[in-house]
Design a protein around this ligand. Sequence first.
Ligand code: SF4
Length: 240
Amino acid sequence: MMNKEMTYPIKGFNPHTFIDWEGKIASVIYLPGCNFKCPFCHSSALIREPESLTTVDYEYIKRFFREKRGWINGVVIGGGEPTLYEDLPALLADIKSEGLLTKLDTNGTNPAVLKRLIDEELLDYVAMDIKAPLDTRMYSNITASDADVAAIKQSIDLLMSSGIDYEFRTTVVPCFLQRKDILSIAQTIKGAERYVLQQFSPKDTMEESMGEVKPYSADEIKQFAQMASEFVKNCFARGI
Ligand code: SF4
């Protein structure tokens, strides 16, 4: 009964989505807490007030998986930052034992955990955020936290050499990121399989002031993607 040992409660469950894992019908489990505080984050309650959210019983989720066997392809573990969750390996192993694929959404700050999960073959896909060029000042500014860019770089290198499917992704927030910054990130991940530029949405952000920020136009994001695609194998825009 793995939920008795859990160090974090599950604070959200989306039974099925077609958009969180491209090409798959997936469920999403949300784990609370994050070591970043990105002002443009859309998971404010999950990060700042997880106690205000209802806890979802993992046994209920497992029953759902069994009822939907053959219909759901996989499970996305998102947050928050799931690698802060001590029982993440046990949770992933349990999901895999149900015959489901697993995808991890991560901010890349915990390469040691990421390596363990890859080595133990607990992941089928990883989506890793790259918030900014790997410059400590910039990264700390955009995440409103003390960012360890060396750890982010380790996670990038790990994924690129891992042999598992992955994508890097950047939310293109105009007040933090300009064309030259996307170029810098693309150069850092040169040769990567997949790089996704996500449109910024000013709705329901962690910091209210972000509601005033006007997103880049679809054309601008497409131009950024075209520029980045010179460095990576596939680059495209999402959410435009
Ligand atoms: S890393 Fe992700 S979950 Fe954490 S604060 Fe930033 S946007 Fe939110």
